[in-house]
Ligand binder design. Structure first.
Ligand code: CA
Length: 250
């Protein structure tokens, strides 16, 4: 069973609708009726206009018709799977720039990585809190409406390249310059595993002499900084291979 909060609890925390004027449209493609109801409720309370579809074909038709600002796309759907729909969105002239957040169930990890390559802007794992979902939605919409790509956002992280600022779920994180560059590299290549020497080349530069274990030191600092308040770890250590930035595994 999905542990969503009851509507009366949600009401109190959904006050952040400051950047939703003019009303942003969100298309939810999800076949489970109770999740549709809860998503629709929470998004409307937050000031969004919500369009809902229960399968991929209907979703794609509604996307073309309504040109939503963002699509919440469930992974497991009847007929067309979430990844098929995502592919069609990215190959469709009128839809390809729409932000997409994929909804996945626990344990769909290999799928999640395939989805990142398939062009999802972010992921959220069920069960999720409405608060977390809304934070992701707002972050993506802010980035999209900024007009330039100064902010890299994923898994609740927002990295502002110009202002050198990093946030996790809206909370400011302080990073040293090397940790900042490491995180920027991971956010640009999320889901990909990098060896320590690849990280040295990409983040420190090829001409710099640094020992491999220096990478581990900075990874440790980065991990400690972004896993603020015991939030789930986003940096995965792949034994004898290296590191990658991935959605939390719970
Ligand atoms: Ca489903």
């Amino acid at each position: 069973m999905v542990d969503y909060q009851s509507p009366k609890n949600v009401m109190a925390e959904s006050t952040d609708s400051s950047d939703t004027t003019p009303t942003k449209k969100i298309l939810v493609i999800e076949d489970e009726a109770d999740i549709q109801v809860l998503l629709g409720y929470n998004l409307r309370v937050a000031g969004f206009s919500v369009i809902q579809a229960s399968d991929g074909e209907e979703g794609l038709l509604l996307a073309v018709e309504h040109q939503p600002d963002l699509i919440l796309l469930d992974w497991m759907l009847p007929l067309l799977s979430g990844i098929d729909i995502l592919r069609q969105i990215r190959n469709h002239a009128e839809l390809r720039n729409i932000s997409v957040i994929m909804l996945t169930a626990k344990g769909e990890e290999p799928d999640r990585l395939r989805g990142l390559n398939g062009g999802a802007d972010d992921y959220i794992t069920k069960p999720f809190s409405p608060k977390e979902l809304l934070a992701r939605v707002h972050a993506l919409l802010r980035r999209a409406s900024g007009g330039h790509n100064n902010i890299l956002s994923c898994f609740g992280l927002d990295l502002d390249i110009e202002q050198k600022r990093v946030m996790r779920d809206g909370q400011v994180i302080h990073l040293g310059p090397t940790e900042f560059r490491l995180l920027e590299h991971f956010l640009r290549n999320k889901g990909r595993v990098y060896s320590r020497s690849q990280l040295l080349d990409s983040v420190w530069g090829r001409d710099v002499f640094v020992e491999l274990r220096t990478v581990d030191v900075h990874i440790r600092r980065l991990r400690k900084a972004i896993n603020i308040n015991n939030k789930p770890d986003l940096i995965r250590t792949v034994r004898s291979m290296g590191y990658s930035l991935e959605p939390p595994t719970e």
